[in-house]
Design a protein around this ligand. Structure first.
Ligand SMILES: Nc1ncnc2c1ncn2[C@@H]1O[C@H](COP(=O)(O)OP(=O)(O)O)[C@@H](O)[C@H]1O
Ligand SMILES: [Mg+2]
Length: 502
């Protein structure tokens, strides 16, 4: 994508990219793609025809605004009609008048159209091969036809990726099912293979998606608030993939200053800068054959992004101060709690990098939006910490109810820490009166509306961490955080952070 795309087009692409993460079967996914074209671009009739080896012809696999009968009739031989021609030649065709005889009207759709529609048909490519055709009927007002063709070509290649994902999956599903069955048996029924606990639709979809992508090499971008399980999911993808016996290398892009980050990622040669007394491999090289996990990718400095893009796209790089081009084979998983899409629109994150990283975007909703997971997680952590501290405690039903209703702005991480403290500090049965006041009277939602949630969550979490580190001595915690005592006091109030351990 060389030219900058307009907002509307970017939105369409983004909406289509989201479909990848839903883990739908192919037909459903294709229909969703076409629905996006309807919702955002007012395309009332469209279809995707894929080549079918058995039929030796293209058949409509997904459609929008076509009747069952029209879909059934949509069979196109190679080279036949507009669709067949696009398939054969691999170049898009624009037909501004569908009453001409080039248009064969195989589906019979023409009878229902206004007659003002332009037909645009673009090839769907997968690598070097053409696998099908995307056809849309659009009434053009002021939009440029040329721009539209360009956008449809991009969507065509995205559909190609969807197809590839689906093909891989059906091929390997069986093998995978067997492996999963064995693993699940070994680990017991209660927990999922990946150690990811939950029964909400969000978690179920997540597990399904992990299964799907683990067997491929596509890049995965995981988004979600801090503490929702992004790192856990990244690990799950790696350890369920073919690369599981190869390295899983993590780098946190926000923790390292820009100057060091480049050296960390790509390595350096002796003498590349003052202090480089010997040469060193970068994380990419260390991850060769395995997976690299770029945590907090939203903090990747713009200046480093072109080099990263090249490493991902061409799978090659040079060490700092080095001449030799190094080839690497790594799968890239990245994660962020920031809104990368928005950063792209603002120009603080490269668009091309964004699409490379997020071939499959995975979103983990905050815990407060999937409360059904809370009881399972509580039980899970009670068991984990019960074992660790050799101490079993139980919760009164009322206590569980309170935990379910608490908003957990620090998500699973906050819940996990909370249960750990309970196990350490409490005996036998925990009652409502044992709970700290901030859990009993959680911050009201309204107070949080005006401020970006993410900032608040991380800030709250950081303060709790600092307090814990300093044994709840306020002056030391303030120093650690770089706040004055007054600033810290203000925040303690704002976030309803209690000044004592449970
Ligand atoms: N669904 C889940 N099941 C079990 N543990 C979870 C789940 N989600 C998160 N956790 C745990 O919560 C903690 C925070 O998760 P993490 O992956 O570090 O979050 P993030 O990277 O999004 O900040 C970790 O200890 C992780 O193991
Ligand atoms: Mg993390």
């Amino acid at each position: 994508m060389e030219k900058r795309l307009k907002f509307e087009e970017l939105t369409i692409i983004n909406e289509v990219a989201k479909i990848f993460s839903k883990g739908l079967e192919l037909k459903k996914a294709l229909e969703e793609v076409l629905k996006v074209l309807y919702s955002f671009w007012n395309i009332r009739h469209s279809y995707i025809a894929l080549y079918n080896r058995e039929f030796r012809a293209l058949r409509i696999v997904g459609a929008f605004g076509l009747t069952e009968e029209e879909i059934e009739k949509g069979i196109f031989k190679r080279g036949e009609g507009i669709v067949g021609k696009v398939y054969k030649d691999g170049v898009p065709v624009v037909l501004s008048d569908i009453k001409v005889k080039d248009y064969l009207n195989k589906t019979g759709l023409r009878e229902r159209l206004e007659g003002k529609e332009t037909l645009i048909a673009v090839p769907i490519r997968l690598g070097g091969e053409i696998i099908g055709v995307l056809a849309v009927f659009k009434v053009f007002e002021r939009e440029s036809v040329e721009k539209s063709v360009e956008l449809l070509m991009i969507l065509g290649s995205m559909v190609g990726m969807l197809y590839k994902l689906d093909e891989r999956i059906s091929q390997e599903r069986q093998e995978w099912e067997e492996e999963k069955r064995l693993l699940t048996k070994a680990l017991g029924e209660r927990y999922n293979v990946e150690g990811i606990v939950g029964k909400s639709l969000a978690v179920k979809n997540l597990l399904e998606l992990i299964e799907r992508v683990a067997q491929t090499d596509v890049n995965v971008l995981i988004t979600g608030e801090s503490g929702t399980g992004k790192s856990l999911v990244a690990k799950a993808v790696h350890f369920m993939s073919r690369r599981k016996d190869k390295p899983f290398v993590t780098i946190n892009c926000s923790a390292i200053p820009e100057s060091l980050l480049e050296a960390e990622l790509f390595g350096y040669e002796k003498g590349a800068f003052t202090g480089a007394f010997s040469s060193k491999k970068g994380k990419f090289e260390l991850a060769d054959g395995g997976t690299i996990f770029l945590d907090e990718i939203g903090d990747m400095p713009l200046g480093l992004q072109p080099k990263l893009l090249r490493a991902i796209q061409d799978k090659e790089m040079e060490r700092l101060g080095g001449e030799k081009t190094i080839k690497v084979d790594v799968r890239i998983i990245s994660a962020t709690n920031r809104n990368l899409h928005e950063m792209v629109l603002k120009g603080s994150f490269r668009e091309d990098l964004y699409y490379r990283l997020g071939v499959v975007p995975v979103h983990i909703p905050p815990l407060r939006e999937r409360k059904e997971d809370i009881p399972l997680l509580v039980d899970h952590f009670l068991e984990v910490f019960g074992k660790r501290y050799n101490k079993r405690i139980r919760l009164e039903p009322k206590v569980m109810e309170i935990l379910i209703n608490y908003p957990w702005y620090g998500n699973v991480r906050e819940l996990e820490n909370f249960i750990e403290r309970l196990v350490i500090l409490k005996e036998r049965t925990v009652r409502e009166s044992d709970l700290p006041p901030y859990i009993l009277a959680p911050p009201r939602e309204e107070g949080h509306k005006n401020m970006p949630q993410v900032i608040e969550n991380t800030e709250r979490e950081e303060i709790i961490k600092a307090l814990e580190k300093t044994g709840y001595v306020k002056s030391r915690a303030a120093r650690l955080l770089g706040y004055t005592l007054r600033q810290l006091d203000y925040r303690l109030k704002k976030y309803h952070i209690p000044m004592r351990k449970i």
